[in-house]
Structures are given as structure tokens and as C-alpha cells.
Ligand binder design. Structure first.
Ligand code: G3P
Ligand code: CA
Length: 284
């Protein structure tokens, strides 16, 4: 029943806190999650990767450099090694206006730490990030979701750019609602990346009902970008067509309130944002 309720809720507009309230606090940190949770975001969005000793952690980049004082690839390190890193100070340096001494020393979080903190009091929108670099991440994720009773209670969505990864999840547990991520760009070089990441849908101009229906076989929605190089890459009719073929449309990553409003006017089903406070104010 809870799972059915989750699917029903997905028919109304969803505020998805991208890496937590990552416009206000270091991305994927407990501080960013606490803010998004306090503000009442519908979902906490996190990218999930695997450590060299098989633990699951919330971290976006494949490498440590941008958002920590470490370097190299995250999956080359054990959890204990990663726990020594500071993933907060970079934020204070990059955004002095938002800096807070409390962010210094913020630790990379395991999925269990997130579940232990928010448990059944939040919903989670988890991405299998670069699953080819994180082999086994699907089984590890499903095992933890089952252990924390997150599936039957309708508390989780899984998203990926990688169709194979979603199909693996589906095979492991067919009750987990899935979101197929896509990245549209008119640029040929990026088109190649699109194919590599997803191999699922042609561009918004050429996409057919059959393409949408093929995704709807295993997923409840699409997560898509909307801008490339300042230009729209989707439009209202793309949104309608996806919805008519049974897919919810969630758009990433929208931080500007005028752009939020435009996408809401197009009828999208949810937005990923670093500023859930702005979006909540707009939709309330
Ligand atoms: O998961 C939706 C959006 O977050 C995809 O882009 O790079 O921020 O994970 P990215
Ligand atoms: Ca993501």
C-alpha cells in the first residue's frame, strides 16, 4: 500500500533536493541533507558509489579533487581512508558568502549513515553513478534498501544514466520505481557521450512514442536536462509526449526561479534543485 501511495504521489509535483540543499551547504553532506529535510523537500537526491572495500557512499564526482582535500579516484580508497577526508572546506573557499565553520571537516557519508539519520522520515532519490566504474553497486544497493525496509515503504527511487544498471536493479527487485536519466545535447561530441551513458532514447526532436514506451517498460519516469549552452533542449510537447506514454518528467538541475516557473508551466512532474527552499516557496 505504501508503494502504491508513492506511485500516486509521483503524479503530483516533486521537489528533489539535488545532493541535499547543495546551494547552501557542501553537496552530499549531512548539513545539506538536514536543510533539505527541514524545509520539507519530497526527495533527498544522492549519487551512490562504491569504495574499494565494497561500502556504498554518497559522492558525485569520480575523483576526489573538486569536493574534498583528497585526490585520485574515489573507488581506489577504502571507507576508512575516505573518512579521513574533509569534504566541507572546499565549499567555504568556493562560496565565502555561504561559508560556515561547521562545514569544515564534513565527512563522506555512507548510505547507512544517511538511513540511520533520516530513516523512514524521508524519501531518497538514489543514483547509481558511473556503474561501470562501480561494479556490484546494484546488488549492494538493493541489499541495503531491503535491510532498511525502504522499498515496501515507498521511500526510494533509483535513477541512472545507465540503462543496464537500471535493468539489473529491476531484476534484483521489481518493486523499486526507476527513473531513466538522459542528457540531451545538440553537440556531436556530447551525443557520443549520451550514447555511452544511456543508449536509450534519441534526441527530443526525433523521439517517438515507441521510444518512450520502451523506457516505460521498466521505468516510471525520465530525468532530463533542459538546457545546453544556455539553449533549451526540451520543450512542452516533449514533456506532454513523455507523460502520455506513462512517464513522469523530472528535470535537472534548476536553480533559477524564472526557469523553475517555466518548467512548471510546461507541466513537468518535478525538479532537481540545489535550492529546495526556492522551489518550495514557488510551488506552495
Ligand atoms: O541525477 C540527476 C542529476 O543529478 C544528474 O546529473 O551529474 O548532477 O548527477 P548529476
Ligand atoms: Ca545525480
Amino acid at each position: 500500500a505504501a508503494l502504491e501511495q508513492q506511485l500516486k504521489d509521483l503524479q503530483s509535483f516533486q521537489v528533489i533536493a539535488h545532493r541535499g540543499a547543495s546551494g547552501h551547504a557542501p553537496e552530499s553532506s549531512m548539513a545539506a541533507l538536514e536543510l533539505a529535510h527541514d524545509w520539507g523537500a519530497d526527495y533527498l537526491e544522492l549519487d551512490i558509489q562504491m569504495t574499494s572495500d565494497g561500502e556504498l557512499v554518497a559522492f558525485h564526482d569520480g575523483t576526489l579533487k573538486r569536493t574534498s582535500n583528497g585526490e585520485g579516484h574515489i573507488n581506489d580508497y577504502t571507507l576508512a581512508e575516505l573518512k579521513d577526508l574533509d569534504t566541507g572546506s572546499w565549499f567555504n573557499d568556493a562560496y565565502p558568502d555561504q561559508a560556515d565553520a561547521a562545514f569544515i571537516g564534513a565527512e563522506i557519508l555512507t548510505l547507512e549513515e544517511v538511513f540511520n539519520r533520516f530513516g523512514q522520515d524521508a524519501r531518497y532519490y538514489l543514483e547509481t553513478k558511473s556503474p561501470k566504474l562501480n561494479p556490484g553497486v546494484e546488488a549492494g544497493l538493493v541489499r541495503r534498501l531491503e535491510a532498511y525496509d525502504m522499498i515496501n515503504t515507498g521511500r526510494v527511487l533509483i535513477q541512472s544514466f545507465d540503462q543496464e544498471s537500471l535493468l539489473k536493479i529491476h531484476e534484483l527487485n521489481a518493486d523499486i520505481p526507476l527513473i531513466q536519466l538522459v542528457w540531451y545535447s545538440p553537440d556531436e561530441k556530447n551525443e557520443a557521450r549520451l550514447t555511452e551513458w544511456t543508449g536509450v532514447t534519441p534526441g527530443p526532436e526525433e523521439i517517438t512514442n515507441e521510444d518512450f514506451l520502451a523506457v516505460a517498460e521498466y521505468a516510471v519516469g525520465l530525468g532530463t536536462n533542459y538546457l545546453y549552452d544556455g539553449e533549451d533542449v526540451i520543450n512542452e510537447s516533449f514533456v506532454r509526449q513523455a507523460q502520455e506514454n506513462g512517464l513522469a518528467v523530472h528535470v535537472y538541475t534548476v536553480n533559477d526561479t524564472d526557469e523553475m516557473q517555466q518548467l512548471i508551466d510546461w507541466g513537468v512532474d518535478g525538479l532537481f534543485t540545489d535550492y529546495p527552499d526556492r522551489l518550495i516557496e514557488l510551488v506552495e
